[in-house]
Ligand binder design. Structure first.
Ligand code: SAH
Length: 468
């Protein structure tokens, strides 16, 4: 290591920033996260910095810089925006004994500001000694995903309880207590907004002399994995994956997404190929319940949003029938992702003010949907599982009075490397699906606007095959 990472105590200490523009303001924002006394060494300040002075959060030193300006400072940042002036001031500050950081001039720096993940009092500082700033950003992004936004408040609360823990939890049980606090029910409750519950659970455990049981209660999370791309998962979904003991996942869940799970979590494929039900729903219900009853943290990972054509109702009911805690972690449903991929809004003021998510594949024996009431003027119809039923759907929609010229857009495997777009008119839906060999998973949009039926795009965007 050429540099040594340290956390400096800042309360009441002087930090000098030389400069009055945006670069100086960036450093000021950073310094003001601490309790340091900020001095702005500049004749003129921009609006943001002046406002800080007016608000009493910083003081301005307008004088000509002398070694005295820097004496006794805990840190000095030089950010005048003028290379020569920066170098001269840096030399002066260093001669006065200060630790100096010069913006964008690493060779003049005694100290570097790291990339910071701020969950105060938990602070993660990432540095690469200037070798790979982009990597530092990537690490930062991963950490931001891992650490829920409100974690700082939870850490602060835990900190306030340290004394009580030291008094009431015997030394041999303390480590387990904190492990439990930061990885189990208390943190989980806090992360989902139940701060009071989290505090209550912690206090109760302290009163009882330690963390409850070996592993705590089992929990089933029905987690939305989004349409495929792993950066379309929510932060909460990633957290559940990282806490999971066992993950039951679907056919449509991308392998990339599973990589977000803890390395030693068990992964069980419970995919259903259409028609071939190696894993009928009841069997899935039974295995997730059995795992949770063993006290395991269970993630049932489903493509898109668990609550959209995801058989979540059965799994919720099975869990509740056994008195197990079960939650849904929402995900980006295929229709949303496909809308984004098409670069258009699924609703359009005045034209389509209804968005209907419907499935083309109902339960065997159920009557076909009444498309006439579903697809009225002003509707964007997003059809899930519609490819195999395209012929029936096309004829039913036409019979229900939906114009044959209505725009249809089909998006296959949205957000994956296989993503494909096909456009046609409703009158040509089934033929297009056959000719273009459209395969699952695909979402079919039918636009039935109030007044205006768009002509098909003359020059289709890349990846978009237009068919008449
Ligand atoms: N719960 C999922 C839907 C599961 S039903 C969600 O909210 O998205 C399965 C159907 O979803 C597929 O037949 C297809 O219509 C659609 N689908 C799922 N993933 C898709 C993807 N990546 N691209 C296009 N359609 C997708």
């Amino acid at each position: 290591m050429k540099t040594f990472p340290m956390f400096l105590r800042m309360a009441g200490r002087r930090v000098v920033i030389a400069g009055g523009g945006e670069q100086a303001a960036q450093k000021a924002r950073l310094v003001l996260k601490t309790e340091a006394r900020l001095v702005l060494l500049a004749e003129a300040l921009d609006d943001e910095l002046s406002a800080l002075v007016v608000a009493g959060r910083a003081e301005q030193d307008e004088g000509t810089p002398t070694p005295e300006s820097f004496a006794g400072a805990a840190l000095v940042f030089i950010a005048t925006g003028c290379t020569e002036r920066d170098a001269a001031l840096a030399a002066m500050a260093r001669a006065a004994g200060a630790v100096v950081n010069v913006v964008d001039q690493p060779e003049l720096c005694d100290a570097f500001t790291p990339s910071i993940v701020d969950r105060d009092p938990l602070v993660v500082a990432i540095g690469t000694e200037g070798a790979a700033p982009v990597l530092a950003r990537q690490v930062k992004t991963r950490m931001e995903e891992m650490l829920e936004p409100c974690l700082g408040e939870f850490v602060a609360m835990a900190g306030r309880m340290r004394e009580a823990v030291a008094r009431q939890v015997p030394a041999r049980a303390r480590r387990a207590f904190w492990r439990w606090a930061f990885s189990d029910a208390p943190r989980r409750l806090h992360a989902t907004g139940a701060e009071r519950e989290a505090a209550k659970v912690l206090k109760q455990a302290i009163a009882e002399g330690g963390a409850p049981g070996e592993r705590g209660e089992g929990l089933i999370s029905l987690v939305g994995a989004g349409p495929g791309a792993r950066d379309l998962l929510t932060l909460r979904a990633v957290q559940r994956l990282q806490e999971a003991d066992v993950i039951f996942y679907d056919r449509l869940v991308d392998p990339d997404v599973l990589e977000l799970a803890r390395r030693d979590a068990e992964r069980v494929f419970v995919g259903k190929e259409v028609g071939a039900c190696a894993w009928p729903q009841e069997r899935i219900d039974a295995v997730i319940v059995a795992a949770a009853r063993k006290g395991q943290r269970v993630v049932r990972l489903k493509s898109g949003d668990p609550g959209v054509f995801g058989r979540a109702t059965e799994e919720l009911a099975a869990a509740r029938a056994h008195g197990l805690t079960v939650e849904i972690v929402p995900g980006v449903t295929a229709a949303s992702a496909a809308g984004a991929a098409m670069g258009r809004s699924l609703t359009e003021r005045g034209e389509t003010d209804r968005l209907v998510l419907a499935t083309g594949t109902c339960r065997d024996g159920d009557a076909a949907p009444d498309w006439g009431t579903i697809c009225i003027p002003g509707t964007t119809l997003a059809l899930y599982m519609g490819v195999r039923k395209a012929c029936e759907i096309q004829h039913s929609l036409l019979a229900a009075g939906v114009p044959a010229a209505s725009e249809v857009e089909i998006v296959c495997s949205v957000s994956t490397p296989q993503e494909r777009h096909v456009a046609c008119r409703l009158g040509a839906l089934a033929a297009t699906i056959a000719e273009q060999e459209v395969s699952n998973p695909a979402i079919i949009f039918v636009r039935y606007p109030k007044t205006r039926i768009e002509p098909l795009a003359a020059t289709p965007p890349a990846r978009l095959a237009a068919v008449g």
